[in-house]
Each structure stands twice: as structure tokens, then as C-alpha cells.
Design a protein around this ligand. Structure first.
Ligand code: UDP
Length: 319
């Protein structure tokens, strides 16, 4: 197929591009390189059409949509630091950008794979978050929640296009995804901890470290994306993609220190100092992954130790 990947130079997007190329598809990437890196696509550079541009520009999008049969829409403002520091740009990119993609796809009748986030569940601390579960959010002017709001609007928009315009849509909610190429600069905890551990520098835990997360290897996540993208049963659905192994941030720090043989200490930093006044974190976020298993038989295969090892190996490489 001829496939467009918006955000294809980003962490998850570039892994998806590699897989699509390996499976024989023709790929166009649209990326404004705001958080993505062209170097993420160095192996595929000669085999893709790369357009440096934004989903906010209808001109860039029109070029990107030329001769396309399928769209993966991953372009988005990501990372908690990024969202709280640039709330307006993040909101516009994540809402208007998605609206632009859906609008053009609907006019050309091209299927769209929309990537949402477990952030939509907000502060729901259920043992296992099902796709139909309620969202529990703080105030819209607590900046962290603006990302959740934007992704939820994206889902509603995509669903409305599906119902009213018959657009073939599939929506997924990524839970914390980690692996090589992920940058710590925008807040992501695992690459930040691994980098600090390898340098024997202090590991900074925000809050008391009792908050938990579930981490999935990006290669598992790409397996899930590919399986769902071409599954008839996923059309019009919202599907969680994540690993249901839960770990506290304190235990994550200990595990990374032990598995990298590091001499790092753990230091505690209050949330306000890390993210600014009035920041609210999520205590836990555990996916229910029954739906994806029923639809396409997917289950995560790689454990946290292999994620840490893969990230550490990449970070130890020169350059
Ligand atoms: N976190 C931390 N130290 C860091 C970066 C993050 O303790 O250097 C915490 C963060 O406050 C959150 C968890 O790790 O509780 C996961 O953070 P991340 O930004 O990776 O993902 P998200 O909060 O979006 O799940």
C-alpha cells in the first residue's frame, strides 16, 4: 500500500515507518521535526518520501496526501514537559492538526489510524482501564489535562467522521511506550532514568515515587499497531495498547540502577519544582488489554528488563 505516516520521524512513528518499509509498503512521512529527528529515519532515508511540514498547514497536508491509500496519524505535541511549557501550541497541534487530517482523509475516502493516549483516562485509578471506562479529570486550566482534553476531542472527532461520513477510522490509546530513540528531554521517565544511571548521576523521582505506570516495549506496540491497522474488526473502535505489568516509579528507579550496575542515588523532587505550580500527576494507569487480544490475538511479549537493556545499549553507542 501507499501509506502516509504523520509524525513519522518521532519515536513511535519512526519505528512504524521501519516496519512498514520492511513489509514492502511505500511510505510518505510528514513531520515538522519539532520533537522528531530526521536521524531516526537514516536507515530508510532513500526509501521514503520525506516532507518537512506540519499537520497545521493544509498545503503541507495536501502534498503529503498525494497518491496515498492509508494514513497513520501520529503527529502530535508529546511529553509532559512539552505540554505544560507550550500549552497553546500543543492544543492547536493536537486538535486542529487531527481535524485537518480527518477532514482531508474523509474527502478522499482514505482510512485513518488515529493515535490517542491513556491520558484520556486522567485520574481514574481502576485496576485495569477498559476502553469504555469513565474519564476523571482535573480542571481544564490545570495544564496537564489539556493533553487529555485534546486527545479525547481527537477521538470524538474521529468517531463522528466514522459515524456521519462513513470514514474508516481506527483509534488506539497508547499507554507508556518505551524503547530506543525515545528522548528524555520532554519528560519520559525511562530514558531519563537510564541515562542518569549510565552516567552514575542522581536519579530524580518526582513526588514520593509511589505512583505507578505500566511500560510497553515499542516493538510490541508496533506489532499491535500493524495487527489492528488492517483488521476489519477494529474499524470504528477505540483500543488500548499497553503492557499490564505495573511498577512504582521508586521500584523502576531501583530496577534500572541494579540492571545497569549503576552507583546512582535516588533524589526526590516535588512536582511543583519539576513541572510548575499546581501540577497534578496520575497515581496509576493500568491497561485492560482484553479487547486487543480478542480482536487480533495480541499480547505484549517483551519485559521491562529487555526494555531497559535495549535503551541502555542504544545510549552506550558512540554518537
Ligand atoms: N517522573 C519522574 N522523574 C522523571 C520523569 C518522570 O519521577 O525524571 C515520573 C512522573 O512524574 C510520572 C512518571 O514518572 O509520575 C511517568 O512519567 P512520564 O512523563 O514518563 O509519563 P506519564 O506521566 O505521561 O505517564
Amino acid at each position: 500500500m501507499r501509506i502516509l505516516v504523520t509524525g513519522g520521524a518521532g519515536f513511535i512513528g519512526s519505528h512504524l515507518v521501519s516496519r512498514l518499509i520492511a513489509e514492502g509498503h511505500t511510505v510518505t512521512v510528514l513531520d515538522d521535526l519539532s520533537t522528531g529527528l530526521q536521524s531516526n529515519l537514516s536507515t530508510e532515508a532513500n526509501r521514503i518520501k520525506f516532507i518537512r511540514g506540519s499537520v497545521l498547514s493544509t498545503a503541507d497536508l495536501s502534498r503529503a496526501f498525494e497518491e496515498i491509500d492509508y494514513v497513520f496519524h501520529l503527529a502530535a505535541a508529546v511529553g509532559v514537559f512539552n505540554i505544560v511549557k507550550n500549552p497553546l501550541r500543543s492544543l492547536l497541534t493536537n486538535i486542529r492538526g487531527t481535524e485537518n487530517v480527518l477532514d482531508l482523509a474523509a474527502s478522499k475516502k482514505i482510512p485513518v489510524f488515529v493515535t490517542s493516549s491513556s491520558e484520556v483516562y486522567g485520574k481514574n485509578v481502576s485496576d485495569s482501564l477498559k476502553e469504555s471506562d469513565d474519564r476523571i479529570l482535573g480542571s481544564p486550566v490545570t495544564l496537564r489535562w489539556s493533553y487529555s482534553e485534546a486527545k479525547a476531542i481527537d477521538e470524538s472527532l474521529a468517531y463522528a467522521y466514522h459515524v456521519e461520513k462513513n470514514l474508516e477510522t481506527r483509534i488506539v490509546r497508547f499507554f507508556n511506550t518505551v524503547g530506543p530513540r525515545q528522548l528524555g528531554a520532554y519528560g519520559m521517565v525511562v530514558p531519563r532514568f537510564v541515562r542518569a544511571a549510565l552516567n552514575n548521576e542522581p536519579i530524580t523521582v518526582y513526588g514520593d515515587g509511589n505512583q505507578t505506570r505500566c511500560f510497553a516495549h515499542v516493538h510490541d506496540v508496533i506489532d499491535a499497531v500493524i495487527a489492528l491497522a488492517f483488521a476489519k474488526g477494529a474499524i470504528g473502535k477505540v483500543v488500548n495498547i499497553g503492557n499490564d505489568f505495573e511498577i512504582s516509579i521508586n521500584d523502576l528507579a531501583k530496577k534500572i540502577i541494579s540492571e545497569t550496575g549503576s552507583k546512582s542515588d535516588v533524589v526526590y523532587v516535588p512536582y511543583d519544582e519539576a513541572y510548575g505550580d499546581g501540577f497534578e500527576d496520575m497515581e496509576r494507569r493500568v491497561p485492560d488489554i482484553k479487547l486487543i487480544n480478542e480482536l487480533v490475538g495480541w499480547k505484549p511479549r517483551r519485559d521491562l528488563s529487555s526494555m531497559i537493556a535495549d535503551i541502555a545499549t542504544e545510549m552506550k553507542q558512540p554518537g
